[in-house]
Design a protein around this ligand. Structure first.
Ligand SMILES: C[S@@+](CC[C@H](N)C(=O)[O-])C[C@H]1O[C@@H](n2cnc3c(N)ncnc32)[C@H](O)[C@@H]1O
Ligand code: SF4
Ligand code: SF4
Length: 368
């Protein structure tokens, strides 16, 4: 799921790699903001089940405990092999998680997901109210997503909410946090032991989003206001409900500049780090293209040509992203915050067609 850093902080740590896999392009929704162009129908050359299982085997060779496989789509519940894939990833020792629109999850589906070995789930909700969410995700999706979330909670799947912040819902950020707090209330028999949370993703104008919501990106002022809100929440409130900025790599530069916070290496272990596209993250599309992140659509190669590991280890695109001081363009390349930020590579590509370009949303003017 997008810049996937810290997808499930409860199980992150060490050298965890997060591999998103778009297991299907089928989807029952047509969200206005969706970064995919071709959501809805399955391409003829989609990976087969056998190819999918072989892909998981390759991923596991990197040290299964350090690999988190994030099943995405399209809507992953619509993939006919989803339970087989989760089960196999789990059996290989990896950590299978999922991002879902939640609308197709009832108690029976939730139980099957749990039984297959799903460790955690992000349910996408893009408004704190039905009106705002359904305006983006379609009529009826709010109610159904909440039902799906509650079903996951009931069977003991660790859950969180994925909220994509854009101009039309940015004012609902406090309210979505309140909603998550309400949902996180525990009953005496609650099988979930670690705290849930809210991922605040930063909208990127890509795919259908670029067509339907071309002006929905936050202004620099809105973005700074959001970073400030996140920092204050973390300082004052974080407890049983965490919040995490995603695809907002300027969070660290912002709090260092604004609040003179000292950068602590440890803070980043489970939290926010430089954009990890191609470094610790990649995305495998439904047809087997391997890209640095779901939001960077440039392919480093196809798993059908020599396998996943060869691309992950040796593709030119990934090697360059792992050497940002040499390959990113200015101002990021010489920025003193490169190692903690690096700009969003997805936003750079969405705006300039080149993922090594500057991040046009950067609101930081470093103090000398
Ligand atoms: C493509 S969806 C696939 C999984 C599932 N169908 C869902 O909606 O959760 C993965 C995540 O990307 C988010 N997303 C979609 N378009 C986006 C965009 N233009 N910018 C940022 N995030 C986006 C979705 O809201 C969702 O949380
Ligand atoms: S964001 Fe998810 S649910 Fe919405 S159209 Fe895209 S793939 Fe489907
Ligand atoms: S110039 Fe680049 S690295 Fe520096 S703060 Fe802005 S986006 Fe981050």
């Amino acid at each position: 799921m997008g810049c996937l850093e810290g997808h499930l902080p409860i199980i992150l740590g060490g050298d965890v790699k997060e591999f998103a896999w778009e297991v299907t392009n089928k989807c029952n929704l047509r969200c206005k903001h969706c970064y995919l162009n071709d959501v809805g129908s399955e391409p003829e050359n989609a990976l087969s089940k056998e190819e999918g299982l072989a892909l998981l085997e390759e991923m596991a060779k990197l040290g299964p405990k350090d690999v988190m496989v994030v099943f995405e789509g399209g809507e992953p519940i619509l993939c006919p092999y989803i339970y087989d894939y989760i089960e196999y990833a789990s059996r290989l020792g990896m950590r299978p998680v999922m991002t879902s629109n939640g609308t197709l999850i009832d108690l029976e589906v939730a139980r099957k997901l749990k039984q297959a070995g799903l460790v955690g789930i992000s349910i996408s909700i893009d408004g704190a109210t039905q009106e705002v969410n359904d305006g983006i995700r379609g009529v009826g999706s709010y109610k159904k997503a909440l039902e799906g979330l509650k079903a996951c909670k009931e069977v003991g799947i660790h859950w969180n909410i994925a909220f994509v912040v854009n101009k039309y819902n940015v004012d609902q950020v406090p309210a979505i946090i309140e909603l998550a707090k309400k949902l996180s209330k525990r009953s005496p028999n609650d099988p979930i032991t670690s705290p849930p949370g809210v991922f605040l993703f930063h909208y990127i104008p890509l795919g259908n989003g670029a067509k339907n919501m071309p002006d929905a990106e936050l202004s620099k002022e809105e973005y700074l206001g959001l970073l400030d809100y996140i920092f204050k929440y973390k300082v004052q409130h974080e407890g049983r409900l965490w919040i995490r900025p995603e695809c907002m790599p300027q969070y660290w530069p912002f709090i260092i500049e604004e609040y003179e916070v000292e950068f602590e290496q440890d803070f980043t272990a489970d939290m926010i780090r430089m954009c990890q596209a191609g470094i610790r993250h990649c995305c495998v599309t439904v047809t087997g293209e391997v890209t640095p992140c779901p939001y960077v659509r440039t392919s480093a190669g196809n798993v059908r040509d020599g396998g996943f590991l060869k691309i992950w280890r040796d593709a030119e695109l990934f090697k360059k992203l792992r050497n940002p001081r040499s390959f990113l363009r200015e101002p990021c390349r010489s920025c003193k915050y490169l190692e903690v930020c690096g700009g969003c590579r997805g936003r750079a590509e969405a705006h300039f067609g080149d993922c090594f370009e500057k991040d046009p949303s950067c609101p930081i003017t470093p103090k000398p």
